[in-house]
Design a protein around this ligand. Structure first.
Ligand code: PLP
Length: 376
């Protein structure tokens, strides 16, 4: 079976996990957490980075730090992971779903801006598949207003737009280190703070306390200062992540080689109009998180996926758009509300993509896609 995903591992994670056993610092915010945060800060060209136990946690921190509450609105593409919306909904915000650009499956700036009201507090851009959403476009349009631009960069570590790392353009951004992402620690994430009250962020991160000030000997004892939560990961996760971060370049080279085979092999089907491929601008350096294609119809996507499955190849649909989910329906959304999202998500198919695919595997997947299209 050619699996859709196989989590990346280097083997070195074990060595760092053993170091945690020796140091007896288990609970979090220890040496490995510090090392990962410093690494990520450098890698991202300078912002403050706080490790979290998930991207979901980073998104929940965003909602807390920006004081989202009843009456505030968050604009977010329907085409995303549920917690991009639920993190803000649970803070009391009203979720306003917007459309995507079909070429990239990332936020439509035009549609998002058309939905801004006096209650809009934030717009969350999601970098789908590591492809850049137009964050600069959003930022220039809301300049001087109360609207914060935020980034869900869960899939985007290593991608850049005009030389700027994704995750460093919005006010706050989230990364994910879930095992389905390029670099992971089982479950994990990070909050990137590009603008904002760092001191408060530390408190919210450490269960609402000023424990950091105690560790820095600025106060004699620490106590409760803010509404916070237990947002950071254990040192086990940080140690595992540290092992992975050492191999970020190899990981990216391997992914690039897979991506290039897919792109090269599937170009003819795209040129002949049998399938469509995303259009990625030259200013967008991608992290090769995924490879997806668009079939002509929902039915054709299904048939192609089943054809691949019959050949022991696991391809995967993308997100069920949130406005079409049971929760989206509860929020009052209908399919017709976001027709571009509904149509393109129906036809999107993600191909197997992980570091343990051989070139032959990738060619075999392409052979089977060609076989499918030559028969219809
Ligand atoms: C993976 C993902 C998340 C959730 O990340 P977790 O670390 O699993 O909480 C959120 N948003 C997007 C776009 C994702 O791809």
């Amino acid at each position: 079976m050619i699996q859709f995903n196989k989590p990346f591992v280097t083997g070195d994670e074990k060595k760092y996990l053993a170091e945690v056993f020796e140091s007896q610092e288990f609970s979090g915010n220890g040496p490995f957490t510090q090392k990962c945060q410093n690494f990520l800060s450098d890698f991202l060209q300078g912002p403050e980075v706080l490790l979290t136990h998930s991207c979901t946690a980073a998104l929940e921190m965003m909602a807390l730090l920006l004081d989202f509450k009843e009456g505030d609105e968050l604009i977010v593409p329907s085409y995303t992971y549920p917690t991009s919306a639920s993190a803000f909904l649970r803070a009391g915000a009203k979720i306003i779903f917007c459309e995507i650009e079909p070429q990239t499956m990332c936020i439509s700036v035009e549609d998002a801006l058309s939905k801004v009201t006096k209650n809009t507090k934030g717009i969350l851009a999601v970098h789908y598949g590591g492809i850049a959403a137009d964050v600069p476009g959003l930022k220039s349009e809301v300049q001087g207003s109360r609207v914060s631009i935020l980034e869900d960069a869960a899939q985007a570590l290593g991608s850049q737009l005009n030389g700027q790392p994704l995750g460093t353009m919005g006010r706050l951004s989230g990364l994910s280190f879930h095992e389905t992402k390029n670099i992971h620690c089982g479950l994990g994430g990070a909050l990137i703070i590009n603008e904002g009250d760092l001191d408060r962020a530390y408190k919210v991160w450490e269960r609402g306390t000023n424990r950091r000030e105690k560790l820095m000997n600025q106060v004699a004892r620490y106590s409760w200062c803010e509404v916070g939560s237990s947002f950071y990961p254990t040192e086990f996760q940080a140690a595992f992540l540290w092992g992975q971060l050492q191999a970020i370049n190899e990981n990216s080279e391997k992914r690039k080689s897979i991506y290039e085979i897919y792109a090269h092999r599937l170009k003819k089907l795209a040129d002949d109009g049998r399938i469509a491929l995303p259009k990625i601008s030259a200013s967008n350096k991608i992290n090769y998180h995924s490879f997806f294609i668009f079939a002509d119809s929902d039915q054709q996507q299904d048939d192609l996926r089943n054809h691949l499955l019959k050949n022991d190849i696991q391809a995967y649909i993308g997100y069920v758009p949130l406005h079409l989910s049971p929760m989206g329906k509860k929020l009052g959304y209908k399919r017709e509300d976001l027709p571009v999202t509904a149509s393109f998500s129906d036809r999107l198919l993600r191909l197997p993509f992980h570091c343990f695919l051989s070139n032959e595997d990738v060619h075999f997947v392409c052979d089977k896609i060609e076989e499918f299209y030559s028969a219809i």
